[in-house]
Design a protein around this ligand. Structure first.
Ligand code: DTR
Ligand code: ZN
Ligand code: ZN
Length: 339
């Protein structure tokens, strides 16, 4: 991997921390949880709370809203349109109501002309020098409403963020969420974000987790850099469900994790696949139809709320929460040495 040096162009990201909203005690004892089987139930208020179950009905409700936004705006949520700006407003308002401090970052270089902003939200507890980032692109293509690509990742991440706020566990590390603009035109929003960080700020990000197309109707269970240290909790969760995840070869270099990877930050993420076809071996182990695309509506007008695999969406959202809790609540494993 080539590690590029970046010149900071004077664009600083003003993440205002809403520390006053929360108890100021980020103390977390170091109870090791490695090897602990994932637990599906919420454990509100407890020190080292187990990762909660994310309510997939709530994730689907966000998808219904994103679909309605597209329908009101010419049928899409492309980065340069009102459908994208309304998507940003929807996510932002939910996070604000939950107590997050939000930053909208205009993409002032490298993005399509007229593209809307990135949306960044940080949970202001835990060690500010140890940041785990979780991101999804919130824009879609012009052809359709973009509900699997990428309402699915965006909504799963939103509900995970809202669940974190509700549970409000003591935090070991910082969690920062990003909803990226202009991914469909070349990973541009996330690339701009990474370039906007100082060397010091980049070094604080111990791992970046990406979620792009996590509910493909004929999908598989794919993990970016599946055997890396960064991927360990993501793999551990899907392994616990006996899903036999595979490397996300189709998506390599094709989503926002690549922007972070290029800056030398360990990355992973979940995906269920795009336009490539399921093999017969994959159909044998995961079900679905061999020789058919993982997402038969990829970049098409039929990428609606009907184009969602609710089982896959649920498994993805729960694994995101598992990873977040493992990394940033219990603070076990770092991913910093991931390859
Ligand atoms: N970033 C996707 C492109 C993509 C292609 N293959 C995969 C596989 C898994 C996730 C994503 C992708 C897009 O937005 O179109
Ligand atoms: Zn796409
Ligand atoms: Zn995508």
């Amino acid at each position: 991997m080539v590690i590029r040096r970046f010149t900071v162009t004077g664009v600083s990201l003003a993440v205002t921390l809403g520390a006053a909203l929360l108890g100021a005690d980020p103390t977390v004892a170091a109870t090791p949880q490695a090897g602990t089987a994932p637990r599906p139930s919420a454990a509100s208020g407890a020190a080292h709370a187990a990762a909660p179950d994310i309510d997939v009905a709530k994730v689907q409700a966000h998808l219904t809203e994103l679909h309605a936004i597209a329908q009101r705006n010419g049928g899409n949520r492309r980065s340069t349109g009102q459908g994208y700006r309304d998507s940003v407003a929807y996510v932002k308002n939910k996070l604000k109501a939950a107590g997050y401090a939000i930053s909208e970052q205009p993409c002032t270089s490298g993005c399509s002309s007229g593209a809307g902003p990135n949306l960044i939200a940080e949970w202001p507890q835990g060690d500010a020098g140890t940041v785990y980032m979780f991101g999804s692109h919130l824009d879609g293509v012009g052809a359709g409403p973009g509900i699997n690509d990428n309402g699915s990742g965006s909504a799963a991440l939103l509900e995970t963020a809202l669940t974190l706020a509700r549970e409000n566990p003591a935090m070991a590390a910082r969690v920062r969420f990003g909803w990226w603009t202009d991914e469909e035109q070349g990973l541009n929003g996330s690339d701009f974000y990474v370039r906007s960080l100082s060397r010091t700020e980049r070094a604080r990000i111990k791992a970046y987790y990406n979620f792009d197309m996590v509910a493909s109707t004929n999908g598989g269970y794919f993990i970016n850099h599946v055997d890396s240290a960064a991927a360990a909790p993501m793999k551990e969760y899907w392994d616990s469900l006996k899903l036999q995840p595979e490397e996300n070869t189709e998506g390599a270099g094709r989503s926002d994790d690549y922007s972070f990877e290029q800056a030398g930050i360990p990355t992973s993420g979940y995906a269920m696949g795009a336009g490539a076809r399921k093999t017969s071996a994959q159909a044998a182990k995961w079900g679905g139809t061999a020789y058919r695309s993982y997402d038969p509506c990829y970049h098409q007008s039929c990428d609606t709320t009907a184009n969602i695999n609710a089982t896959g969406l649920n498994r993805s959202a729960d694994g995101i929460a598992y990873t977040l809790w493992k990394r940033a609540v219990s603070g076990t494993g770092g991913g910093a040495s991931a390859g």
